[in-house]
Design a protein around this ligand. Sequence first.
Ligand SMILES: *Cc1c(COP(=O)(O)O)cnc(C)c1O
Length: 436
Amino acid sequence: MSDFTRRTFLAASAAGATAFAAAAKPALLGGPKVRTQAWPKWPVFDKLEETKLLDTLRGGQWFRGSGKVVSGFESAYASLTGAKACLATANGTSALLTSLNAMGVGAGDEVIVPPYTFVATVNVVLAVNAVPVFVDTDIETFQIDPKKIEAAITDRTAAILPVHLGGSAADMDAILAIARKRKIPVLEDACQAHLGEWKNRKLGTWGEAGCFSFQASKNLNSGEGGAIVTNDEDFAEKCYAFHNNSRGRRNTGYDFSYVARGLNLRMTEFQATLLLAQMTRLEEQSTRRDQNGAYLTSLLKEIPGIRPARMYDGCTRNAYHLYMFRYDKEQFAGLPRAKFLQAMNAEGIPSSGGYSPLNKEPFLKNTLESKAYQKIYSKGYIAKWQERNQCPMNDRLCEEAVWFTQNMLIGGRSDMEQIAEAVRKIQAHAAELARA
Ligand SMILES: *Cc1c(COP(=O)(O)O)cnc(C)c1O
């Protein structure tokens, strides 16, 4: 046994039962799995969802204009987040799209975005014919690097769109300070951050508006769904008209008069019915994720080469939509991340490598070079865009990241111990795995 392996082995022994697993052959090489039980299922539901969905079905009011469930959900979600107003939408993408329109962001504008995010954050910027300007990632926190935002601001910057990636908070103090100084509105993409907090106030309530997603994978789930929260009631009314095909709250029934440009991005009564039922479990599940996430960090940070995503001091509650860490293969006998992920999955611990560099996606360049964009932006401007959007730290993060999904954090503490045990086991056998 090499010194290094011995140390790892001793660390594993300290955890008692894990000694055996560390000594056992990795599952990828035919050994026993660390975990054979199923992970907590997602979605979670019971009779409550069944009863309520049937009530809505039988009530025959399936549309927000005639029913009362969507508006009931909006009140409940506003009070849950502490925001003055909430507008439910068809999904998170339409919440973001509606907000950008209500903010007046459009052709000729730039929007500051992180490259480490789900593609929807950027798709909505393109949908309003604006240009996404990527600001590199803070590799320790996986969030937009606030120190690099100001240098990316130009006369065209119409909004800053930070994402609370994984449910952890972007550095809101720093972002809001820049936004105030430069008089640029902030739209928070809180699509992964339900009940997450910055300085004990809910994420999504710090900027002009905050957007949430209730897509099936998200911590609050109605299959598809979204919401905008804001403390500006005029802004909420603008959003309402946009998402309601140009019709304000008073333009109902056969009143065919219109407030402003819009689309139909409304939530259905069925979605809201599911959300109200799912919300009865949200606080408890979030507490569990928060506790398990913190416990998992305490275990993983002791393992050489594993660096859990750091939280900014202001992040008082992490929603843990994702559990994220960086993997340093040098501490694993050079075992490539792809092989590490394979080995983890073989041990019964579902693990993925997360996002690829969004700023380098060919579809972005193609969009910027499209006919429509060439009518709005000069050739020179478009040619420069790529140079402005280099994100070297993000490139590195995309090669080192490892993710677990939120459902893995809603079980017991022993689940976290098994995750750590699998990592230690792989480390103890890293050289062997690297050769295989
Ligand atoms: C899920 C998600 C969205 C989009 O939400 P949908 O409901 O899928 O449209 C936007 N941004 C981020 C960061 C997300 O994770």
